[in-house]
Design a protein around this ligand. Structure first.
Ligand SMILES: [Zn+2]
Length: 135
Protein backbone atom coordinates (compact mmCIF):
# COMPACT_ATOMS: atom_id res chain seq x y z
CA UNK A 1 0.00 0.00 0.00
CA UNK A 2 1.43 3.42 -0.88
CA UNK A 3 2.14 5.74 1.99
CA UNK A 4 0.44 9.10 2.21
CA UNK A 5 1.54 12.10 4.23
CA UNK A 6 -0.28 12.57 7.50
CA UNK A 7 -2.43 15.70 7.53
CA UNK A 8 -0.84 17.94 10.15
CA UNK A 9 -1.39 21.49 11.35
CA UNK A 10 0.87 24.36 10.39
CA UNK A 11 2.54 25.73 13.51
CA UNK A 12 2.38 29.42 12.66
CA UNK A 13 0.44 32.61 13.16
CA UNK A 14 -1.97 33.26 16.02
CA UNK A 15 -2.19 29.54 16.87
CA UNK A 16 1.59 28.98 17.21
CA UNK A 17 1.57 29.35 21.03
CA UNK A 18 -1.16 26.69 21.22
CA UNK A 19 1.00 24.16 19.35
CA UNK A 20 4.15 25.15 21.23
CA UNK A 21 2.39 24.55 24.55
CA UNK A 22 1.21 21.11 23.39
CA UNK A 23 4.82 20.28 22.47
CA UNK A 24 5.71 21.09 26.09
CA UNK A 25 2.91 18.84 27.39
CA UNK A 26 0.47 21.60 28.35
CA UNK A 27 -2.80 22.97 27.05
CA UNK A 28 -2.68 26.76 26.83
CA UNK A 29 -5.46 28.91 25.45
CA UNK A 30 -5.90 32.62 24.92
CA UNK A 31 -8.21 34.57 27.21
CA UNK A 32 -9.48 38.09 26.81
CA UNK A 33 -8.18 40.48 29.47
CA UNK A 34 -11.06 42.89 28.87
CA UNK A 35 -14.14 40.64 29.10
CA UNK A 36 -12.58 37.45 30.49
CA UNK A 37 -13.88 35.10 27.79
CA UNK A 38 -11.75 32.20 26.59
CA UNK A 39 -10.92 32.26 22.90
CA UNK A 40 -10.83 29.20 20.67
CA UNK A 41 -9.70 28.88 17.95
CA UNK A 42 -6.74 31.12 18.85
CA UNK A 43 -6.91 34.67 17.52
CA UNK A 44 -5.05 37.88 18.20
CA UNK A 45 -8.24 39.62 19.29
CA UNK A 46 -11.35 38.72 21.28
CA UNK A 47 -14.27 37.77 19.01
CA UNK A 48 -16.72 38.80 21.76
CA UNK A 49 -15.58 42.36 22.51
CA UNK A 50 -12.87 42.91 19.84
CA UNK A 51 -10.23 43.74 22.48
CA UNK A 52 -6.63 42.97 21.60
CA UNK A 53 -5.85 42.45 25.30
CA UNK A 54 -5.33 38.69 24.86
CA UNK A 55 -3.02 36.55 27.00
CA UNK A 56 -2.25 32.83 27.09
CA UNK A 57 -3.07 30.70 30.14
CA UNK A 58 -2.58 27.04 31.00
CA UNK A 59 -5.79 25.07 31.46
CA UNK A 60 -6.47 21.70 33.10
CA UNK A 61 -5.71 18.77 30.75
CA UNK A 62 -9.11 17.18 31.12
CA UNK A 63 -12.72 17.59 30.14
CA UNK A 64 -15.85 15.77 29.06
CA UNK A 65 -17.02 14.40 25.74
CA UNK A 66 -19.46 17.03 24.46
CA UNK A 67 -20.29 15.02 21.34
CA UNK A 68 -18.66 12.24 19.36
CA UNK A 69 -18.92 10.02 16.32
CA UNK A 70 -17.18 6.83 15.25
CA UNK A 71 -15.41 7.38 11.93
CA UNK A 72 -15.49 4.21 9.85
CA UNK A 73 -14.52 5.55 6.41
CA UNK A 74 -11.20 7.35 6.05
CA UNK A 75 -11.58 11.05 5.35
CA UNK A 76 -8.00 11.27 4.06
CA UNK A 77 -5.77 8.57 2.51
CA UNK A 78 -3.50 8.64 5.58
CA UNK A 79 -6.38 7.21 7.63
CA UNK A 80 -6.67 4.02 5.52
CA UNK A 81 -6.23 1.15 7.95
CA UNK A 82 -6.63 3.51 10.93
CA UNK A 83 -10.40 3.30 11.28
CA UNK A 84 -12.56 3.06 13.23
CA UNK A 85 -11.63 5.96 15.47
CA UNK A 86 -13.60 8.40 17.60
CA UNK A 87 -13.84 11.99 16.41
CA UNK A 88 -15.10 14.14 19.26
CA UNK A 89 -15.67 17.59 20.59
CA UNK A 90 -14.31 17.73 24.14
CA UNK A 91 -15.46 20.46 26.50
CA UNK A 92 -12.71 21.55 28.85
CA UNK A 93 -13.45 22.65 32.41
CA UNK A 94 -13.33 26.31 31.30
CA UNK A 95 -16.09 25.68 28.74
CA UNK A 96 -13.88 25.73 25.63
CA UNK A 97 -14.80 23.01 23.14
CA UNK A 98 -11.99 21.42 21.11
CA UNK A 99 -12.14 19.10 18.11
CA UNK A 100 -10.08 16.00 18.88
CA UNK A 101 -9.92 12.23 18.90
CA UNK A 102 -10.65 9.89 21.78
CA UNK A 103 -7.87 7.30 21.86
CA UNK A 104 -6.80 4.27 23.89
CA UNK A 105 -10.34 2.92 24.09
CA UNK A 106 -12.96 0.80 22.40
CA UNK A 107 -14.54 3.30 19.95
CA UNK A 108 -17.95 1.73 20.46
CA UNK A 109 -17.91 2.50 24.18
CA UNK A 110 -17.26 6.25 24.15
CA UNK A 111 -20.29 8.21 25.29
CA UNK A 112 -21.32 11.82 25.58
CA UNK A 113 -20.46 13.05 29.07
CA UNK A 114 -17.49 10.71 29.57
CA UNK A 115 -14.67 12.27 31.61
CA UNK A 116 -11.47 12.32 29.53
CA UNK A 117 -7.83 13.17 30.15
CA UNK A 118 -5.42 14.73 27.67
CA UNK A 119 -2.99 12.60 25.67
CA UNK A 120 -0.15 14.43 23.96
CA UNK A 121 1.00 12.67 20.80
CA UNK A 122 4.42 13.94 19.76
CA UNK A 123 4.56 13.61 15.95
CA UNK A 124 7.88 15.38 15.37
CA UNK A 125 9.96 18.27 16.72
CA UNK A 126 7.29 20.79 15.70
CA UNK A 127 3.92 19.10 15.97
CA UNK A 128 2.31 17.52 19.02
CA UNK A 129 -1.36 16.56 18.65
CA UNK A 130 -3.89 16.74 21.45
CA UNK A 131 -6.09 13.71 21.95
CA UNK A 132 -8.04 12.53 24.96
CA UNK A 133 -8.63 9.13 26.57
CA UNK A 134 -11.40 8.00 28.89
CA UNK A 135 -10.47 8.22 32.55
ZN1 LIG B 1 -13.27 40.15 25.18
Amino acid sequence: MPSFPRPLPEVAGDAAPYWQALAAGRIELPRCGACGKWIFYPRSFCPSCLSRDVAWHAVAPRGRVYTCSVVRKPTNPWFFGRTPYVYAIVELENGVRLPTQIVACDPEKVEIGDVVDAVFERVDDTVTLLHFKPR
